[in-house]
Design a protein around this ligand. Sequence first.
Ligand code: NAD
Length: 512
Amino acid sequence: MSPPSGGNLEANLAKARGFLERFRGAPLGHFIAGKAVSGVGREVFDNISPVDARVINQVISGDEQDVNAAANAAEAAFPAWRAKTGDERRAILHRVANAIEARREEIAFVECMDTGQALRFMNGAALRGAENFRFFADRAPGAADGLALPAAEHLNYTTRQPIGPVAIITPWNTPFMLSTWKIAPALAAGCTIVHKPAEWSPLTATLLAEIMTEAGVPAGVVNLVNGIGERTGKLLTEHPAIRATAFIGESRTGSLIMSQGAPTLKRVHLELGGKNPVIVFDDADLDRAVDAVVFMIYSLNGERCTSSSRLLVQRSIHDRFVERVAERVARLKVGHPLDPATEIGPLIHQRHLDKVMSYFKIAREDGAQIKAGGALAENLKPGFYVQPTLFTNANINMRVAREEIFGPVLTVLPFENEAEAVKIANDTPYGLTAYIWTGDSGRALRMAHAVEAGMVWVNSENNRHLPTPFGGMKASGIGRDGGDYSFDFYMETKNICIAHGTHRVPKLGDAK
Ligand code: NAD
């Protein structure tokens, strides 16, 4: 299916206004037990568009009673949902995918206005979300499958059962796609869910809850509570009816999620931050490497966990390679996300803009050079636009080489040889992805095994294949998503041992 057409800015703005109209008026509430509800909590917060710093709508922050209502609805709906056959769940989840595709333009336009992500990328977001539902729908009939482990006089076999109601807590960078990546496998496994979307980008979560319900997901199987992370999110991760928390967000929030869930012994799955290296050797196809380096940090506004935010370049090609990257950075088109020509939109929020901009000062103080960008995109104020930025002359001790900036900001680090490249690549608390560019297959293998990262791409940008494991090492996370790995999280593995009736059962109290 082809994505929606690019259109032009004026026409797209008119459409976006139409799609956003429904959110104006009463503050946005929750979605519990199959219905949109305003709930009990009375605290509201503004949802601001990064495009022009204007309030799109107000959102209600769920309180304890709202979280209780959602968790209890998920608990009540669990027995009937888990009792459905895999084929029944498969059929319902395919209907969800169809319904997402039918509303793909609305999802894309609302996401652009709510997050600042450019339409050229968000055009595909709904389709990728639908693809996530289709992929896990087709796996639902086999989700319980296990192993036969025969012993001499017993047959052991394993099966998997859904863990129960789960909390799904998502960030603001590409909220619709990431939500489907978590929710689809949970539902396919037979779990029920309570979703808490990020407070800076709540809108498409409501569209998704509505779509799932209209497509036939029974009431209570999917629930949504809006709210502030430290309050609503915290309550959810502490709730006794919730058996596990699937979380995507910052590393320090991940550690809070673990401790909040500890008293109720919750299983946690954490997809966290990154400071990912792209390592370019002098024997690489440099034309393809330039394309991939620029794409992997400046797409999605650099607000991407898998972005290659550290460029490690072999000294022999350092100057000419960096010159080529800098030329591209200078030509990147920053603009309104609904302009089809835009490559970089505004950052999500004034606070995030301030954080990203603070690294320009830090870079200067630490002695790095700002080769491109390094300032606000003044002409686009009051939106939260920043110039795409390139730091050179950096070393691994500088904060711009160590900390996740999560914006369109790339730090270049030179290296001499493989050993030094590995040392620099691994000298960070994170370990999400690494990208290796070389024409030497032996070197590619040596590097791929040596770098500390959950996912490594050789001679490629991030290229997703849904059966593969997705997740990070070190401060980048715990657990893996994708294919069967997702079911390992959302399901309990049970071993069943059946005797042949031939073995000797020990006798006690039988002494003559
Ligand atoms: P964040 O950690 O601030 O917030 C994520 C979510 O957690 C939000 O819904 C928030 O409301 C909620 N939250 C905050 N505090 C909470 C608490 N104490 N208890 C429960 N919930 C709480 O992250 P963010 O700023 O929204 O997102 C950006 C981060 O996400 C970056 O670090 C990025 O690398 C990471 N990320 C990781 C992946 C991945 O797959 N590894 C994907 C996308 C984004």
